[in-house]
Design a protein around this ligand. Structure first.
Ligand SMILES: Nc1ncnc2c1ncn2[C@@H]1O[C@H](COP(=O)(O)OP(=O)(O)OP(=O)(O)O)[C@@H](O)[C@H]1O
Ligand SMILES: [Mg+2]
Length: 363
């Protein structure tokens, strides 16, 4: 245990303890560290007489409690009668409490005060251990979340490409084949049946295409966030009776960011708009994506029924809002939801662009 650790004892706490004992006994009281340096004292002028003696004993390696008797007081000129009780922490003497006066009267107070300081040090150390454990847990959690998101994104990308390149191509070939077949059959009824089948396959192709885009829009990888966000909003407006205004501030269509930042902002836009379609009963949405110095900021506000965000954050089954928050926090960004029942909702996410940590991500 080093001196610094001992000093982690709050000086105000040490001083209060000294003041209490001193006012009770009407004697001088001090607390010194293991080098005899005063940490707290009742009477600065006179207290040195006791702590000097204590420091001598400490440096000589004797950490037993010791008293200065009336005879000592006469023999060792300048040293006042009193008692010195070591403060033991982690099997070491980390300091001394000195109380002047008749050692028999002073000793119980000094001992009590020493035990009190030891308990405070113990509790400090425990708190520190707890803080370290919590920090480690949070770091581990961040690694897990990062890993889960990266695996999920990779998987989505793979399935999306598969749907786009394989499934869509096959469905398109079937549509073409059915059209050719419809032209060669002579019976009208058969032709109609084939055309119905063709329409069904065409609708399936649309659904597959939609699924692929939801999973991972190739546009995002190829042309970037601005184009992909605009496209997503256009498609959203066709799907739902909701008007969406989208504004890009300080951003050009060609502007690119780290892929992880682009996908994060895209997922937040996607989840916020999906939530609006699912829950908000809104007629109008305002989306704003802006670059502000070294930060990328997204806000999505609706004029819907709103909700109480404090309440929903406590229910573990809803993952949308939780997921948005986790994603943003991976980048040391800020995520906030402002909402009130009846007054619409605003989702805001801010990600620093020039954060060194954000350049090290793997997905
Ligand atoms: N824009 C909004 N307007 C009104 N209520 C909302 C809005 N966004 C979220 N909510 C409320 O917050 C709750 C939590 O949203 P969250 O996205 O976390 O979960 P969810 O959409 O219900 O499920 P999922 O896990 O599929 O996203 C919703 O169930 C809804 O009650
Ligand atoms: Mg949701």
């Amino acid at each position: 245990m080093h001196r610094e650790d001992f000093q982690s004892l709050d000086p105000k706490f040490a001083q209060s303890l000294v003041d209490i004992v001193a006012s009770e006994l009407k004697k001088n009281v001090n607390i010194t560290d293991d080098r005899g340096v005063i940490l707290a004292s009742f009477s600065k002028e006179r207290v040195g007489q006791v702590h000097e003696a204590a420091a001598q004993r400490l440096t000589s390696g004797n950490i037993q409690e010791f008293s200065v008797s009336a005879e000592d007081e006469i023999r060792m000129r300048g040293v006042r009668r009193g008692v010195n009780v070591p403060i033991i922490f982690a099997d070491r003497c980390v300091g001394v409490i000195g109380v002047t006066g008749d050692p028999e009267t002073a000793a119980p107070y000094a001992r009590l005060a020493a035990r009190f300081v030891e308990a405070a040090l113990e509790s400090n150390a425990n708190r520190e251990k707890l803080m370290i454990a919590l920090k480690e847990k949070r770091e581990l959690q961040t690694i897990f979340v990062n890993k889960i998101i990266s695996i999920q994104e990779e998987e989505r990308k793979k399935i999306s490409r598969e749907l786009h390149d394989e499934t869509s191509q096959s469905l398109t070939s079937i549509i073409v084949g059915l059209r050719v077949l419809a032209e060669v059959v002579t019976s009208k009824a058969e032709r109609e049946q084939i055309m119905q089948m063709r329409d069904l396959v065409a609708r399936t192709l649309d659904a597959v295409h939609h699924l692929a885009v939801e999973l991972r829009p190739l546009l995002l990888d190829d042309l970037g966030l601005i184009v992909a966000a605009q496209k997503y909003v256009d498609h959203y407006c066709q799907q739902y009776p909701i008007a969406v205004d989208i504004d890009f501030v300080n951003l050009s269509r060609e502007q690119r960011f780290l892929p992880e930042i682009e996908i994060t902002m895209y997922r937040i836009l996607q989840e916020a708009l999906t939530n609006i379609a699912k829950h908000a009963q809104a007629s109008h949405v305002q989306v704003k994506l802006r670059r502000q110095r070294q930060r990328l900021c997204l806000t999505v506000s609706d004029n819907g029924i709103g909700f109480n965000p404090d309440f929903t954050s406590k229910s573990g089954t809803r993952l949308g809002i939780f997921g948005m928050k986790e994603r943003v926090e991976l980048f040391d960004g800020i995520f906030a939801i402002k909402s009130l029942p009846g007054a619409g909702t605003e989702v805001a996410a801010e990600i620093p662009l020039a954060n060194k940590k954000n350049k090290k991500r793997i997905w």
